[in-house]
Design a protein around this ligand. Structure first.
Ligand SMILES: [Zn+2]
Length: 203
């Protein structure tokens, strides 16, 4: 028996996509659940510097290649016994097609993380930020990027705004909405959750 696939439709992401409309846009996210791409954002315009669950690299890693997770998961789920919580056939566990070591989702938990899977999107985003006409109209809408790993989203986005004349930052965060003093005239702190923001914009 196969476990049902998790629900992928998320109303908040759908509303955000609808709000963006036809405007030129990119997504940079520390989320690893692919919910942006699953809810209407173009996958080739989503940069996930922390990786994603959808791809499996070798845990060594022996190569800088990653494999789509779904076929491996289907195989292991087919051998999964819900009663005992065990996998009945150890050969169904995901192993590297190249060297036979374990595979594990490509999320940034240690030095074995395979950057190569995600850096092309990061380069395309950098290029877009540098080349996009009308960069002075750039709006960075930062949602829920707290202070646990500020070097991933929070600080880079502050720097993008800092170095793009005329750009603006809207920081949506119920716990840490504060914005840097030097961006004060170009940054807005929104001290509540994205759902309330979207409600207000819709109203
Ligand atoms: Zn390997």
């Amino acid at each position: 028996m196969r476990a049902p696939r998790p629900a992928v439709t998320n109303p908040l992401y759908r509303r955000l996509r609808s709000l963006v409309g036809d405007r030129e846009h990119w997504v940079m996210t520390s989320n690893v659940d692919a919910l942006f791409a699953r809810n209407g954002f173009a996958p080739d315009r989503v940069f996930t510097p922390q990786g994603d669950y959808g791809h499996l690299p070798c845990t060594v890693p022996c190569v800088q290649e990653t494999w789509a997770a779904r076929p491996f998961l289907d195989r292991v789920l087919a051998a999964y016994d819900r009663e005992t919580g065990r996998v009945t056939d150890p050969s169904a566990l995901p192993v590297c097609p190249n060297c036979g070591a374990d595979l594990f989702p490509n999320v940034r938990v240690g030095p074995e993380f395979v950057d190569a899977a995600h850096m092309p999107a990061g380069k395309r985003l950098s290029h877009w930020l540098g080349e996009a006409p009308g960069a002075a109209h750039l709006l960075v809408l930062e949602i829920g990027a707290g202070c646990n790993t500020p070097g991933v989203i929070r600080w880079p986005m502050e720097n993008v705004v800092r170095h793009t004349p005329g750009a603006r930052l809207v920081r949506v965060n119920p716990d840490h909405p504060e914005v840097p003093a030097d961006l004060r005239n170009r940054a807005l702190a929104v001290p509540f959750g994205a759902d309330l923001l979207l409600d207000a914009l819709a109203g």
